[in-house]
Design a protein around this ligand. Structure first.
Ligand code: ADP
Ligand code: MG
Length: 569
């Protein structure tokens, strides 16, 4: 038997799991069942694409998950007949932090137990959640197509043991010795059944609950008369408890919003209901079903380069991948859900996927559909505000990345402006509508601080002329993407720090004349300020303040571009 040390971050996470995350412990069942289902997905796929694996499996192999509870033994066990793990897999998957969700979870830890325990509800932290209830865990696993099985055990402290063992068929057994105080909850048939129904009802494979039941033998009339005591025996029961159907294949009219929400929670690890549910069946040139969700709160890893894509690809109900960032454009990386195609080949590889016409078509239609649903939501500004709060920023990325849908996306954006107050925002179509007939551009000012922007002397001449100016205070992104928008319905975007003020009639000659007149003053100022400024010049942009400082647009551009690219992943 070999002892292994957990990677530092895992140690940290485990410490937290065992010491401070009291709330919502039941989600460990959801996490383990979802891993079991993923493992069966993978084997299902190999069975269809890999002759060797197919030959190694029994003819009638079908994915199946069993949850076994045993009160006397103080244990709960989760068994699957999926792909299994070999020695390296066990070390890599449950000894280190491989997945980004867990990584960002650890990075977001505050040390405040209460805040941290809320974090866990926001996204799953997977396998390690088992240590909220476990005194000790044994993972016994055999990888499909391989001979040797392995046993991994840990008490959730600094290290784990790993040794070869025997196991008949491929798959994984997770044997959990419960902490004393958890035995009552997690060996209760009623409790465990409720948790599975709640989170895993639409897992595509049957989930059986195995338990023992005490039965009292029926006494015959004679025995009763003879005063015989009824004998009690224990019987093993095995009950299928989930729906085990692909929810997205059912007709829309038959699905209740609750069911949609439950399914969302089971695939997203989110504990809140989604903001929007978009279920589409397409028939025609390509046949496919999509079920998309927009989370109420943006995923935590949205601005990380290693964000986890939220859309799973299926081909005829067979899971293909959940690690393909190209299924939707990056600016829609907050969308969760599934795409199930009838036309793609099962053995579709990543390379094929990226060049495949069927996939391109599904992607394009999906984007249109999602943007269309967001548009519907935007008709009611009150309902739309929470969406904007979460997703205005990625949509801004979209407005410059997605050329085909640029106009549609621009219309979805909302902006603060010199004519909106408090939290109110305006749209480009409202801006255009409110402008007077001589205006031909969309004016904006960018910076970090809304208050500072609103007090900018540069706004004076616009206010005087009653021209609305957009206040863009998400500087990191606004500064880069806004000039890239080009135009909205032929109205160009103009940064008021670098464009001429509108409605100030001044010929070139007049301009020269003024410059000449104040030459002494500007030269004097430049002399005093020296290297601190690049240039001092006369302008017509101000109407009340004598002077202001403006930035040099080009110099700073490159640095900002880099900064934003990082933020967008
Ligand atoms: P995630 O499921 O998000 O990848 P987890 O912490 O839940 O994160 O699991 C980590 C990894 O461990 C999985 O990606 C998978 O490779 C492996 N794993 C966990 N449970 C099983 C299982 N029952 N069968 C096969 N592999 C598993
Ligand atoms: Mg998992």
């Amino acid at each position: 038997m070999a002892k292994h040390q957990f990677q530092t971050e895992v140690g940290q996470l485990l410490h937290l799991m065992t010491h401070s995350l009291y709330s919502n412990k039941e989600i460990f069942i959801r996490e383990l069942v979802s891993n079991a289902s993923d493992a069966i997905d993978k084997l299902n796929y190999l069975k269809l694409t890999d002759e060797k694996i197919k030959a190694a499996l029994p003819e009638d192999w079908a994915g199946q998950i069993t949850v076994k509870i045993d009160e006397e033994d103080k244990s709960i066990t989760i068994v699957d007949n999926g792909i299994g793990m070999n020695e390296e897999d066990l070390i890599a998957s449950i000894g280190t932090i491989a997945k980004s969700g867990t990584k960002s979870f650890v990075e977001n830890l505050t040390g405040d137990a209460k805040k941290d325990s809320n974090l866990i509800g926001q996204f799953g932290v997977g396998f390690y959640s088992v240590f909220m209830v476990a005194e000790k865990v044994d993972v016994i696993s055999k990888k499909a197509g391989e001979e040797q099985a392995y046993k991994w055990s840990s008490t959730g402290t600094g290290e784990f043991d790993l040794s070869p063992c025997t196991k008949e068929s491929s798959g994984t057994v997770i044997y959990i010795k419960l902490k004393d105080e958890e035995v009552e909850d997690y060996t209760s048939k009623y409790r465990v059944e409720t948790v599975i129904k709640k989170y895993s009802n639409h897992i595509a494979y049957p989930i059986n609950l195995a338990y023992t039941e005490e039965v009292t033998e029926e006494l015959s009339e004679e025995d009763k008369k003879a005063g015989k005591e009824a004998k009690k025996t224990k019987e093993n029961r095995n009950e299928k408890i989930n729906e085990a159907t692909a929810l997205w294949m059912q007709p829309k009219s038959k699905i209740k919003q609750d069911e949609y929400n439950d399914f969302y929670k089971s695939i997203s690890h989110d504990s809140q209901d989604p903001m929007l549910t978009i279920h589409t069946k397409a028939e025609g040139v390509n046949e496919y079903t999509t079920l998309f969700y927009i989370p109420s709160i943006a995923p935590m890893d949205m601005y990380r380069a290693d964000y986890q894509p939220g859309v799973k690809l299926y081909v005829k109900r067979v899971f293909i991948t959940d690690d393909e960032k190209e299924l939707l454009p990056t600016y829609l990386r907050f969308v969760r859900g599934i795409i199930d195609s009838e036309d793609l080949p099962l053995n579709v590889s990543r390379e094929i996927l990226q060049e495949n016409r069927v996939m391109a078509n599904i992607k394009q239609s999906s984007v249109k559909k999602i943007l269309g649903e967001i548009k519907k939501l935007s008709k009611d500004e009150e309902k739309y505000a929470p969406f904007i709060e979460q997703y205005n920023r990625p949509l801004k990325e979209g407005a410059y990345q997605d050329f085909t849908n640029k106009e549609a996306i621009l219309e979805l954006l909302r902006f603060k402006s010199t004519k909106t107050e408090n939290a109110k925002m305006t749209s480009l179509s409202a801006y255009k509508e409110a402008a007077d007939s001589e205006q031909k551009a969309i004016y904006y000012i960018v910076g970090e601080n809304e208050k500072v922007l609103r007090n900018s002397p540069l706004l004076e001449s616009y206010k005087k002329n009653d021209i609305e100016v957009l206040i863009l205070d998400d500087k990191e992104i606004d500064e880069i993407v806004t000039p890239m928008y080009g135009a909205y319905k032929e109205w160009e975007f103009k940064d008021i720090t670098s464009c001429e003020a509108p409605k100030v009639e001044q010929t070139e000659e007049e301009k020269k004349e003024v410059e000449e007149k104040y030459k002494d003053v500007t030269e004097k100022i430049k002399e005093v300020l020296g290297e601190a400024v690049k240039e001092v010049r006369v302008t017509n942009r101000l109407s009340e303040s004598p002077s202001c400082v403006v930035k040099d647009a080009e110099d700073a551009q490159m640095a900002q571009m880099m900064q934003m690219m990082r933020a967008m992943g």
